[in-house]
Design a protein around this ligand. Structure first.
Ligand code: SF4
Ligand code: SF4
Length: 343
């Protein structure tokens, strides 16, 4: 939610935006237009990365205002393919795969079926798995410029999770955790179970199985998902996890505050050319290469798809985070680090 009363019209949100090129004066003017509900190119050009929520020194959540205006004005043009994909996500057949009693429940929603070999091994043995459209959180609709759909479906999503009876639910997808700990609270919905982020689950698993851990001694570049902007406090847990498994997270321009969109959100926009999107993908990967990373690590399965082969081509082995942990546990990765085997 945008906090109008906190905004000093300093323009920092738009000045620091990696994708829009405004001078300080222009940034102040354009943000004022957003507040006043006047037309501005920001609603068409903003790629919905939500980074400006972190850039704002007053924690006013400027992206939330931009996103609202994108919806009100209809100036954010999503591709038909992206709209179909999001509509289909909530209609995917659902199932609860019962695990062993006393073991946790994990929400995989719809994001793991396209990455073979990811939900395997001792990290997932005996867990109750929630899959399908009933467990889709709708958070991704912000990237289609339609935040109202997130709000309208929040209670239904929460109710479906409540029906499972789980007291704690691990969120495999970063969006799911952002929805349950940030958006749901903003909408005034209470939840009787505890959401656990997959990073926290992995950190605790590694601590409890420390005797099995082989330090990987690996330099990695991390691809931070856009949803992490809403729950940035867990970044410290991620650093702790990396240290526990012997991984060095290389400091680079496009991580933490400077993280870039993986380009999945950009691909959902009608007005961006393929060349423009490709340029941003390669900036990201070459930044990772330049700092000496040996691997590229993904948290979000949707970030994997546009970047894994490009990273591999530049000599960076792609891994989804849980697979990196499995490697440290001495497990064999049957479908490679990120759901694809390369020759
Ligand atoms: S959400 Fe991202 S692209 Fe949009 S204005 Fe904010 S920083 Fe820029
Ligand atoms: S939203 Fe924040 S960064 Fe943007 S103009 Fe207002 S105070 Fe400045």
């Amino acid at each position: 939610m945008f906090h109008h009363e906190k905004c000093t019209l300093c323009g920092e949100c738009l000045i620091q935006c990696p994708y829009l090129a405004f001078s300080e004066e222009q940034a102040k003017e354009e943000f004022k237009k957003l507040i006043d509900g006047e037309p501005t190119s920001v609603t068409t050009e903003c790629i919905t990365c939500a980074a400006c929520n972190m850039f704002c020194p007053e924690t006013a959540n400027p992206f939330d205002l931009i996103n609202e205006r994108q919806e009100e004005t209809g100036t954010f043009q999503a591709t038909n393919q992206a709209l179909e994909m999001f509509n289909m996500a909530s209609m995917m057949p659902s199932e609860v795969i019962k695990g062993e009693s006393g073991k946790p429940t994990i929400n995989l929603c719809t994001v793991t079926d396209f990455l073979p070999g990811v939900i395997e091994g001792q990290l997932f043995d005996g867990l109750t798995l929630l899959k399908g459209g009933d467990y889709f959180c709708y958070f991704g609709w912000i990237h289609i410029g339609k935040p109202r759909i997130v709000k309208e479906n929040a209670q239904k999503f929460v109710d479906n999770l409540i029906k499972t009876g789980a007291e704690e639910i691990i969120c495999f997808h970063d969006d799911c955790y952002a929805m349950l700990t940030n958006k749901v609270r903003e909408f005034g919905i209470s939840i009787p179970f505890k959401p656990i982020h997959i990073i926290e689950y992995l950190r605790d698993f590694v601590k409890n199985h420390n005797d099995q851990i082989r330090k990987l001694n690996l330099k990695i570049a991390y691809q931070q998902p856009c949803a992490s902007r809403f729950t940035f406090e867990k970044d410290n847990i991620l650093d702790e996890l990396f240290e526990l498994i012997g991984v060095e997270r290389m400091e680079r321009k496009y991580d933490r505050m400077g993280a870039l969109c993986c380009t999945s959100a950009m691909s959902a926009m009608q007005n961006l050319s393929r060349d423009y999107i490709e340029e941003w993908r390669m900036k990201n990967i070459l930044d990772a290469k330049e700092v000496g990373a040996q691997a590229m690590v993904f948290l979000c399965p949707l970030c994997v798809l546009p970047l894994r082969s490009r990273a591999k081509a530049q000599g960076l082995e792609p891994y989804i985070l849980s697979n990196l942990v499995r490697l440290a546990l001495g497990e064999k990765l049957t479908c490679g680090g990120a759901g694809k085997i390369y020759d």
